[in-house]
Design a protein around this ligand. Structure first.
Ligand code: SF4
Ligand code: SF4
Length: 533
């Protein structure tokens, strides 16, 4: 049977379909969400081939390699069959033209079609694949700025510099958050903000897949180094470093930041996203900091946190007296323990306190009715955070030129009655949908032990921030997800003090963020990826 070329061609195409479906389809599916190289065969090794890549390249690599391998095998089989069947004069032509190029193209097309059917349409998987989520991403248009670029804001500059605890710095009250900055546009935005008086920026290796640090490196080239306070994170371009990471790896990560930023030292390095004390107090990261400080490469140590464990994490940090700075979730309506922790940090340890997540979910972007009435929700929210004397400054993500005018218009301004009215209106509009406090009051009501706050946060990334991939990726990495909510009698009803219908929000989150059960096999870089403050 395999001595006849036609049979061999048919067999090779069937092989392409099968391998395309099971192998290429598998990697095509994982490629967009598998940002951790170790999720893939030889992923870490392949990643080293492209040091600047912000995303794991092993997924696309293996998808292409599997197609190429099947095409190669198909061509070889067919050439062999043809060679044995035709006379020597015709063999050369037939072997090259007919069995070579034609077979290669055919098997590539069949393999890719089968893989795409599985990955993008979910054929044979019991899921809908990427298609429905992809269309939600493409069909949405989230406004990221106030609808009107008001003349009154144009040319705004920093009006207030505040003491930054024991760092001894006076920093601009508005901090340039660079989580979405990258490329030339990002560089221009950063340059303008610095020109207008911002002297503190917050970056991280994993913001824009190292693009933030690279853009900031270019933006600050002509600025005297001692005029800027630069903060980055113990992190890599593809994710956080987990507790227990060897000391040299932490040091290497910071040296990567120095090289991308084009500077000999950074002022502040945060242990990022401390959702547990073990992460905050990992002895290896503390030893790495001490060595870096001694070498003059980092001056101050900080941490960031915004989880139900915030109180425990911050209290531990204050008690340890190891930290010069803390960056915490702080916005209107935050639970009362948080301002008290800010006071303790300042009065007991003279720490610098940075308010982040100041926009309380940033849902104003999607509330078009609300925007018509608001002067600027963003300005009101910044003024609210800065009204606390124990808050040194507020970080906010700049990623459009308008942001420089809009955000800096709030610098040095007092919180007004009108601002409070805007914040109150915002709260009314988002009632029952925002799990901003991440207070954890509902967690004990769930017999499944679901991380309700995390599920709702990932939904917020997708829906409100426009960080769809981040939301999907983080949701896929949860040890438990909200699939169980569909059949649960919802003992969590009424457990949320801010009135969130947990069952409804959780089932909606699952629909929005789930690509299929096989997604749960994709791990995140340990500790997760950073989200901009
Ligand atoms: S509905 Fe979901 S979150 Fe609520 S108790 Fe049941 S499993 Fe837990
Ligand atoms: S859902 Fe409600 S109770 Fe649960 S963490 Fe969020 S705000 Fe707190």
């Amino acid at each position: 049977m395999f001595s006849r070329p036609r049979n061999v061609v048919l067999s090779a195409l069937v092989l392409s379909l099968v391998a395309g479906y099971f192998v290429t389809g598998h990697f095509l599916y994982k490629a967009p969400i598998g940002l951790d190289p170790s999720a893939f065969l030889l992923g870490d090794w392949i990643q080293r081939l492209v040091p600047g890549a912000g995303h794991a390249i092993a997924g696309p690599f293996w998808a292409l390699a599997s197609l190429a391998a099947v095409a190669g095998v198909s061509v070889w089989l067919v050439r062999r069959a043809v060679a044995g069947r035709v006379d020597p004069e015709r063999r050369s032509f037939l072997t090259r033209a007919g069995s070579g190029a034609g077979m290669a193209l055919g098997s590539l097309a069949f393999g890719f079609a089968a893989g795409a059917a599985r990955a993008f349409l979910g054929v044979g998987t019991g899921t809908k694949g990427w298609a429905p989520v992809g269309s939600q991403i493409n069909d949405r248009d989230i406004p990221f700025t106030h609808p009107e670029w008001k003349d009154a804001w144009k040319g705004s500059r920093v009006q207030n510099y505040r003491r930054f605890g024991r760092t001894g710095w006076n920093v601009s009250d508005i901090v340039l958050g660079t989580g979405r900055i990258g490329g030339e546009d990002g560089e221009q935005i950063a340059k303008l903000a610095i020109e207008r008086g911002v002297n503190y920026f917050d970056t991280s290796p994993d913001y824009s897949g190292a693009g933030s640090e690279m853009a900031m490196g270019k933006a600050i080239r002509s600025v005297p180094r001692d005029r800027l306070f630069i903060a980055s994170k113990f992190c890599t371009p593809i994710g956080h470093l987990p507790p227990g990471t060897p000391v040299p790896k932490y040091i290497e990560a910071v040296e990567g930041s120095l090289s991308r930023l084009g500077t000999d030292y950074i002022d502040l390095c945060h242990i990022h996203s401390c959702d547990e004390v073990a992460r905050l107090m990992d002895p290896n990261v503390h030893e790495a900091f001490d060595r870096l400080k001694q070498a003059g490469k980092v001056r101050f140590l900080g941490f960031s946190t915004h989880t139900p464990n915030l109180v425990e994490v911050v209290s531990t940090a204050i008690d340890s007296n190891r930290f010069d700075v803390m960056m915490i979730a702080y916005h209107h309506g935050i639970w009362p323990q948080v301002p008290e922790l800010a006071r303790r940090a300042r009065e007991e340890r003279d720490m610098g306190v940075v308010a982040m997540k100041t926009l309380k979910g940033a849902k104003h972007r999607g509330l078009l009715d609300f925007q018509r009435h608001a002067d600027s929700y963003t300005q009101a929210a910044l003024k609210w955070a800065l009204a606390n004397e124990h808050v040194s400054c507020a970080v906010i993500s700049f990623f459009q030129l308008q942001h420089v005018d809009e955000y800096l218009a709030a610098s040095g301004k007092r919180l007004t009655e009108q601002d409070l009215a805007i914040l109150g209106e915002y709260d009314r509009q988002i009632a029952g949908t925002y799990c901003g406090p991440h207070c954890g009051a509902c967690l004990s009501s769930c017999p499944e032990g679901l991380p309700i706050h995390d599920v709702l946060r990932h939904r917020m990334y997708f829906e409100d921030y426009g960080w769809e991939k981040e939301g999907i990726q983080r949701y896929a990495a949860l040890a438990k997800n909200a699939s169980v909510c569909a059949t649960c009698p919802a003992p969590c009803a009424g457990a949320c003090p801010v009135g969130i219908d947990i069952h409804e929000r959780m089932t909606g989150a699952h629909d929005l963020l789930t690509l299929g059960d096989w997604a749960s096999a994709v791990p995140l870089a340990a500790g997760g990826r950073a989200t901009p403050g």
